[in-house]
Design a protein around this ligand. Structure first.
Ligand code: AKB
Length: 313
């Protein structure tokens, strides 16, 4: 049977690339993009689009019925830096949108859900290096608290109601098609834009702050691999650890200097430093490797090459 897919938050950093990839794979008409605002031309012109607020249960139910949707990717969220400024708005968006899709799946109006978690579920008491799948999780940020609660609810809906919900703890994501917005790892995208446009960048994190990161192509590949895996092989119903590389601002600057020798970086840490300090610096993703054969393809230098090449053109 042909399936119809809904992407919520389709105009964001992950949503845009996910929508375009799913449209290539399943056909444009089979992938409905939705967001609270319109997105890039390539997204708007390649298939159906709906203005949709994911916290509005009735509106969501209507879109599901109209397009006969069976699979939902809920990518709408307020990220770590913005969530610290608007805690209640972040909680409302991040939790109520999730409850809406979980409850609609419980009512059998959705078959499968993808919901993104984050390395932000970990906190200052979590082991920092090679952070295991199961460990101390005491997030100290608004965003992290919402993601950790979300993970608990996903696992609960799976165990209690058989809802087929799947999730990944994304690291910081690096992409050239759409800018990220409101995250702590956003510096690793901004730096490429500034390197090309201005030849210099002032980083809001300290030079030795190492964080787990991933190039977008790997993140999309992982997401589709998880969604295509047989239900029985998915042993983790909270969210999977996922890893490809870790680096700090001085290391990404050096990687850029291999292509733009005059590139200069300065450091002026702000409130985002405390968020970054509370997160792991590297992640153990052996469960994802074991359960659905996860293997990344992009390291820092390949990421730098691809980012500079695409942003230049
Ligand atoms: C953020 O920085 O808030 C996000 C994340 C790590 O989930 N990119």
């Amino acid at each position: 049977m042909e399936k119809y897919i809904l992407i919520i938050g389709a105009c964001g950093q992950i949503g845009t690339e996910l929508t375009l990839t799913l449209r290539e794979r399943f056909g444009n008409e089979h992938v409905v993009a939705s967001d609270i605002r319109e997105g890039s031309e390539s997204l708007m012109n390649s298939g159906p689009f709906e203005i949709l607020d994911a916290t509005n249960y009735d509106a969501l139910e209507e879109v599901l019925a109209y397009y006969e949707i069976s699979e939902v990717y809920l990518m709408a969220a307020m990220l770590s830096a913005t969530a610290e400024k608007f805690p209640m708005r972040a909680w409302n968006l991040n939790m109520n949108s999730l409850f809406n899709v979980l409850n609609l799946a419980k009512e059998k109006k959705i078959d499968t859900i993808f919901w993104p978690s984050s390395i932000a579920v970990f906190g200052p008491n979590t082991p920092k290096e090679n952070t295991p799948q199961n460990t101390i999780m005491e997030p100290s940020t608004v965003y992290g608290i919402s993601k950790q609660s979300g993970e608990r609810w996903c696992e609960y809906y799976y165990n209690k109601f058989g809802v087929d919900v799947r999730s990944i703890r994304y690291p910081g994501l690096i992409s050239w098609k759409t800018m990220p917005g409101g995250g702590t790892t956003d510096y690793a995208v901004e730096i490429y834009h500034k390197a090309l446009n201005q030849g210099s960048y002032t980083c809001f994190l300290k030079e030795d702050t190492s964080l787990p990161m991933m190039f977008m192509d790997d993140a999309i590949k992982a997401t589709l691999q998880l969604m295509e895996a047989e239900s029985e092989s998915i042993k983790v119903r909270s969210a999977y650890n996922l890893s490809s590389m870790s680096f700090n601002p001085s290391e990404i600057a050096k990687s850029i200097q291999n292509h733009i020798p005059d590139f200069k970086i300065a450091y002026d840490p702000d409130f985002r430093q405390a968020i970054a300090d509370s997160w792991p610096s590297s992640i153990d993703d052996s469960e994802a490797q074991k359960d659905w054969n996860w293997k990344p393809e992009f390291d820092l230098d390949r990421t730098t090459e691809t980012m500079l090449e695409n942003l230049k053109s």
